[in-house]
Design a binder for this molecule. Structure first.
Ligand SMILES: [Zn+2]
Length: 230
């Protein structure tokens, strides 16, 4: 999944979000619009700029909105622990195109895995609003999972081991395993010392980019699969 980085001019400082517990889904309530237009609308509301963290267009392109680690402006007093995703369109009166739905499912699955969360809500679940509309394919989007249903089990000498999510700062024998696999495939992880530092993160990102994975430097299900061929 590719996220299109977008440059916005912010009115004011964006506060960091301290927790990420859920994803809240919206529609733009406009049949056609761009993230830059939404940014202008939200500036006109007196906000710092686009209130959503992601914006999914009808053609399936996914744009970044507000930086992912900041507090959004999309769901009133539910902004403090949520990521806001908005879909171009007005789903009170139209159906979502297949490309947009597919991209939205990939984004939701990616965010669930990245933050280890499973709660997905409609805007109307938390505020008095008709957003995201009665034709919005909420069940499909909210239920999206990465292709593997459970953590992969790697066969090591006949013993199945569960592979945890690894990120910079992790220290374990499993980190050593990932480093050894990366090194063996030609991605210099700075040795196999069991400490997930900057060199390992950089090697993971290079490996992910070369394998069509989101290059976030986090070893999750998909990266484990690619790394170990399981
Ligand atoms: Zn909304």
């Amino acid at each position: 999944m590719q996220i299109i980085e977008t440059t916005y001019k912010w009115a004011g400082t964006l506060a960091r979000r301290s927790a990420t517990r859920r994803i809240i889904l919206h529609h733009a309530a406009a049949v056609t619009c761009t993230p830059q237009q939404v940014h202008q609308w939200h500036l006109a509301n007196g906000w710092s700029g686009i209130g959503y963290h992601f914006f999914v267009r009808k053609d399936g392109s996914v744009y970044r909105g507000r930086p992912e680690d900041t507090v959004g402006a999309h769901a009133g007093n539910n902004n403090y622990d949520s990521i806001g995703v908005c879909f171009e369109g007005s789903f009170d009166r139209e159906e979502m195109p297949a490309a947009q739905k597919q991209a939205g499912m990939e984004l939701v699955a990616y965010l669930k895995q990245k933050y280890g969360i499973s709660t997905v809500q409609r805007h109307s679940d938390v505020n008095a609003t008709g957003c995201p509309g009665g034709h919005f394919p909420f069940e499909e989007l909210a239920g999206a999972q990465t292709s593997a249903p459970a953590a992969p089990a790697a066969r090591a000498g006949g013993t199945a081991v569960t592979l945890p999510l690894l990120a910079q700062g992790s220290r374990s024998e499993t980190v050593r395993l990932a480093q050894a696999a990366l090194t063996g495939l030609g991605y210099d992880a700075g040795g196999a010392d069991g400490i997930f530092g900057a060199n390992t993160a950089a090697a993971v990102k290079r490996f992910q980019a070369a394998h069509g994975l989101a290059a976030d430097g986090i070893v999750g299900r998909d990266t484990w699969h690619a790394l170990l061929g399981v």
